[in-house]
Ligand binder design. Sequence first.
Ligand code: CAA
Length: 403
Amino acid sequence: MNRIGVIGAGTMGSGIAQVAAQAGFEIILQDLSDALVQKGVEKIEKSLAKSVEKGRLISEEKERILRRIHITTKMEGLRDAEMIVEAVFEDLELKAGLFKQLDGLCSPETILASNTSTLSITRMAAGVARSGRFLGTHFFNPVPVMRLAEVIPGLQSSQETVEEGIEFIKRIKKVPIVAKDCPGFLVNRIVMPYAGEAMLAAQEGAASPTEIDEAMKAAGFPMGPLALNDMVGIDVGVHTFPPMHEGYGERFPVPVLFVKLLEAGRLGLKSGKGIYVNGLVDDEFLEIIKKIQSESGIRRTEFSADRLILRQVNEAVWCLQEKIASAEDIDRAMVLGTGFPVDEKGMGGPLHWADERGLDWVLDRLNHYKDSLGSRFWPHFLLKQYVAAGYLGKKVRKGFFEY
Ligand code: CAA
């Protein structure tokens, strides 16, 4: 494979185009207008310039990388690509329509891939004749920095397609982890309860946004979850939480704060205003919070870093039970995709975190939060089984892992 098409020159699309061009692929970057593609190319130039500044790249190489990126506003421009990664807005109809068009346009051998955060790969594949040549390739923001890319086979994906997808991810110097096709796949399924719980804690006034983010940084996370929501985009949150709620019900409530911020035009870093404005909370944000509290009657709930991490742990147990990935891959994916803290031996991830604290303690804390905050904390049955078996984690040298 040499020619990769990327549809959508936004944050994710431009990141994917950049890393693939850096690995030597010829890129065709497509978006609806010249202005949008140019904006994407500017992002790539800026990111590469940062690497030149840091001495990681020489400027001649930067120019060579940029010359490998060809731009187009027409779908026909993608005709000769051997693999096409779509990274447009999280809208199933929109994505399905694009893939239908590509199906008629490209060689039947061309692999079609979606970089969706939460939508069903199997459903998208069902709309194209080449469903065996379709899969999910899910990247993490910021794409040039985060080392993981999930590979998600749909029910129809051929083994050969999955292997080519894995090979592509390796060639662009990312670590591929294969995850089953379910809403949010592996990493978003585990990180979204965490990012969502931070929004619930903020809207309830459990702590201020700064206190929440500082607490998580003190717990070892590379950035606070609210700053993360601003970086990923409040609009992305608004479009990714409903499919998770649809998939998993009450365990994935949609935090109303996302919706209210979007209504106020606060999209996060991309609009200069989200939860934070230049790293601080402003009066408009405080007004939004006040209004949510007066409408819901819920305020000043309990806050601790554990409240947020336990939601990740419980969802990781769901993923383990459903064999979305192995325990090792679940933890590795969370470290490489989101910077989940690791210990001095490089061990980390939600399942290791639970083993470290003791699964009996984890069960007890989940029960506590279930009683005080609601059923989204309901401990998974598998966790109860581990505790019943005496597999309590590191202290007895057996939990989710053996020590
Ligand atoms: N392009 C190129 N390089 C970049 C970059 C970019 N856009 N952003 C940061 N970097 C580089 C910096 O130059 C720096 O390089 P050096 O270490 O060589 O100096 C390095 O990355 C670290 O950056 P910073 O020093 O600026 O900041 P930091 O140490 O605080 O790290 C971070 C920033 C990498 C974003 C880190 O905070 C982090 O890992 N955060 C977690 C991000 C995360 O969870 N992402 C997943 C979100 S979920 C998702 O994306 C899925 C979805 O479907 C939307």
